[in-house]
Design a protein around this ligand. Sequence first.
Ligand SMILES: C[S@@+](CC[C@H](N)C(=O)[O-])C[C@H]1O[C@@H](n2cnc3c(N)ncnc32)[C@H](O)[C@@H]1O
Length: 265
Amino acid sequence: MRASIAGRLRAAGCVFAEDEADLLIAAASGPEQLDDMVQRRAAGLPLEHVVGWAEFCGLRIAVGPGVFVPRRRSEFLAGQAIAAVRQSAPSGPWLVVDLCCGSGAVGVAVAARLSTLGPVELHAADIDPAAVQCAQANVATVGGTVYQGDLYDALPAGLAGRVGVLVVNAPYVPTGEIALMPPEARLHEPLVALDGGPDGVMLHRRVAAAAPDWLAAGGCLLIETSERQSQQTAAAMTAAGLTAAVSADEELDATVVIGTLADGA
Ligand SMILES: C[S@@+](CC[C@H](N)C(=O)[O-])C[C@H]1O[C@@H](n2cnc3c(N)ncnc32)[C@H](O)[C@@H]1O
């Protein structure tokens, strides 16, 4: 059975056909569901949408249809956020906000790790109702709350000036490059999750500009970006009065810009 499923997946262009066959066999409740799952995967649906979850930072994150699939490279963003917040407040309590949260993977990974070290409170927000619904299940596992709305408009006013770490993986694909993305993303993830505006940095500018109103003194904003766009993302943070630094991981092909609000700000 495994060999024939792997053959169907390979013929459809799945590079890791054997591994995917194992995942589908484990996820299916019976032969009919398995056949349906193989068909949907062979038709090009992301594996994570077929099985209903993605592995992220060692956690199983639920990912519903039409919700952005958390990428392995964003594990770097989560790791950097954990390191940054621990530096500013070694034993907590920590107030974490995940803006543009999608499934909530990044915020959940940060809060799950921090919760082994001290008290943590997670707030997550997204503009897309499908993402918010999906994030609710994931964020509940760490006792957090999810809101729907445009960037900071979604957050309760009482968080202003109190956020220790603000993690953001907003869309950063330039509009003109979306057509060049792999079909799995282009056809099965919503445009609102991909489109970063003409130069891909539109949302980064908006996030950075208002960050000082939400961060606590010494708090950090971390934005995932690309190596190519990192100087523009950093410039947006500097213009907002944050001290910006670029951090990168070659193996994960990941770039994060970290902006810190001065301690006495
Ligand atoms: C690239 S996805 C990242 C999702 C998640 N942070 C992750 O890393 O898996 C970007 C997310 O930003 C959300 N988004 C786009 N524009 C937004 C806005 N103006 N306000 C809030 N969320 C927004 C999209 O709905 C999408 O879920």
